[in-house]
Write a protein that binds this ligand. Sequence first.
Ligand SMILES: Nc1ncnc2c1ncn2[C@@H]1O[C@H](COP(=O)(O)OP(=O)(O)OP(=O)(O)O)[C@@H](O)[C@H]1O
Ligand SMILES: Nc1ncnc2c1ncn2[C@@H]1O[C@H](COP(=O)(O)OP(=O)(O)OP(=O)(O)O)[C@@H](O)[C@H]1O
Ligand SMILES: [Mg+2]
Ligand SMILES: [Mg+2]
Lengths: 165, 165, 163, 163
Amino acid sequence: LKLKSIRIYGFKSFAEKVDLNISGNIIAVIGPNGCGKSNIVDALLWCIGEQNPRNLRAQNSEEFIFNGSKARKPLGYAEVSVHFEMDEDHTSPHGKDLLITRRIKRSGESSYMINKKNCRLKDIIDILADSGLGKSGYAVVGQKEIDSALTASPYDRRIWIDEAA
Amino acid sequence: LKLKSIRIYGFKSFAEKVDLNISGNIIAVIGPNGCGKSNIVDALLWCIGEQNPRNLRAQNSEEFIFNGSKARKPLGYAEVSVHFEMDEDHTSPHGKDLLITRRIKRSGESSYMINKKNCRLKDIIDILADSGLGKSGYAVVGQKEIDSALTASPYDRRIWIDEAA
Amino acid sequence: TKEQFLTTFMKVREEFKNTFLKIFQDGHADLILTDPEKLLNTGIQVEITLPGKKKQRLELLSGGERSLCACALLFALLKVNPTPIVVLDEIDAPLDGRNVEKFVDILSEHAHETQFMLITHNPITIESATTWIGVTMQEPGVTSIVPYQPDKNIPSSNHAFAR
Amino acid sequence: TKEQFLTTFMKVREEFKNTFLKIFQDGHADLILTDPEKLLNTGIQVEITLPGKKKQRLELLSGGERSLCACALLFALLKVNPTPIVVLDEIDAPLDGRNVEKFVDILSEHAHETQFMLITHNPITIESATTWIGVTMQEPGVTSIVPYQPDKNIPSSNHAFAR
Ligand SMILES: Nc1ncnc2c1ncn2[C@@H]1O[C@H](COP(=O)(O)OP(=O)(O)OP(=O)(O)O)[C@@H](O)[C@H]1O
Ligand SMILES: Nc1ncnc2c1ncn2[C@@H]1O[C@H](COP(=O)(O)OP(=O)(O)OP(=O)(O)O)[C@@H](O)[C@H]1O
Ligand SMILES: [Mg+2]
Ligand SMILES: [Mg+2]
């Protein structure tokens, strides 16, 4: 499974649609403080099924949607699409390319799509689990989190082994 | 009040006596990871009266004393001396120069000195409070602590104002 | 006493607004008493509006934005009640190059009344200092002090200081 | 199941020791089960002895030492169970120049099996990347993406990336 692109519209500070094209295996994301780098990480996690707003630095799901700036009004919905390319040996009912889309409206209504066809969250979680991108916590280390990996409680640490098992 | 020098022996990773000579008003402390930079901050705070080992990244006061390395045995005591120069307008019974020394033995016995004469902790705290170096929390911001200044509880924040009052 | 607390609070609040504007040029910062009727018990809310953005909860600020706003509060307290010595341990770590420059500028303004001891890996902060103390472990586990000049690195087992 | 947990634990422990030695060249790292009789409930202790130093509690490690040991554990887990994508947000912030180089070396070894997305301000990490995404706010409050080449900074309101 390879990450090919991320498209973000209306999610947090992304008032305008942006396309992130990704090639190569070491991708550096660079920019000044407060410009939206960690928001990209939140967008990716949210799209592939993260359910707890706390894990995305938000109090509730409404805080996922662009809530305006000095010059702009808040938007009505947020949508993130992540394009994956499956490995040679992984055949999936959806073919070689996998476009996962998640959308949320201010009303709280959330919808998911695989290759532009409506699906359930469970479908997304299943297909990603097959390809190794399960919910393993150690695949995303948020800002300032690296320190707690060692000083976490002994019980927390076993979770990393459980996920690797 | 100006900081002139810090002498450290036996405190944490300072197995050999070192003298830090300080001049100027912006002093940069530079060095690789794990070499003892934050230990200098702990030494300074301890010397001027910090009583809680937790605020000095230690569980108990024995962890202040050099506990050995591969090539060296643990030491029996730690001693830190800080040399301050009083301002022109501050006359103190101890004269223009103030040498504050604190020593601790493995037995837990701690002793204080001002200009090489034994004194009590209270004497040190009083003389420093007069010169503006009271126990104000905002005078020392430890590693990774800057973040919590804003996200601390509203009650914690008032403490900073109380100290400034 | 109550009066002392209130007077100091008003002064710090004023300075916080000023320092914030000095750092961010626009936007707005404020300190609000959570319970103004009970001055001896009240907490303090911090409200921040960054330039061009809407006012929002502090948790929504980015890592660097939060650190910079905390610096503004620190400098406001120092203005109201300068202490002779301040020690800052890697306070510049979350900041990008431009924000480190802003931090160093404001710090230099306070350096007449206060001595600052800064532990840092950042070349911009290192360059702004007047004195340098090189710390290393030439023998493993044992701290030693070596001379350091900003134009050349210390001779030590860990020579690369460049960040 | 119990057997799965134990087999994985033993593998991660082995890899943790190896990765630690790759980073530190000496010293010793280990993972210990707090309650080996109850495999489904046991916690995991991390024990670290840095080169030339004595074994001590994790809290006594410095900020940079702790982050580097956490990286060793992360890479050990990746070795045992590689995941296709890993995102690391400013994991290099506490590290000095030499340790960033070590981190980047180990990361590059894993980059055959795993795609890494690294948010960073550190020039050494930026240079090690194969692709760069410049993020900025040309309009306040609104994120936009701009091309970025490591030899020149992005044209943005906050151009100074140098750390
Ligand atoms: N729902 C939202 N609507 C509009 N803006 C938002 C929303 N949620 C967060 N933001 C903005 O996103 C910004 C933070 O972005 P982010 O945390 O990604 O910064 P960053 O690039 O990681 O910065 P740093 O280098 O300091 O970590 C904040 O300034 C905040 O105002
Ligand atoms: N009582 C003690 N005896 C011997 N060594 C000690 C003692 N207490 C702490 N240390 C050592 O001090 C080292 C940590 O030093 P310190 O935290 O000052 O590093 P630092 O220079 O601030 O590094 P960083 O840049 O990573 O923050 C640890 O490696 C630890 O082994
Ligand atoms: Mg960030
Ligand atoms: Mg430190």
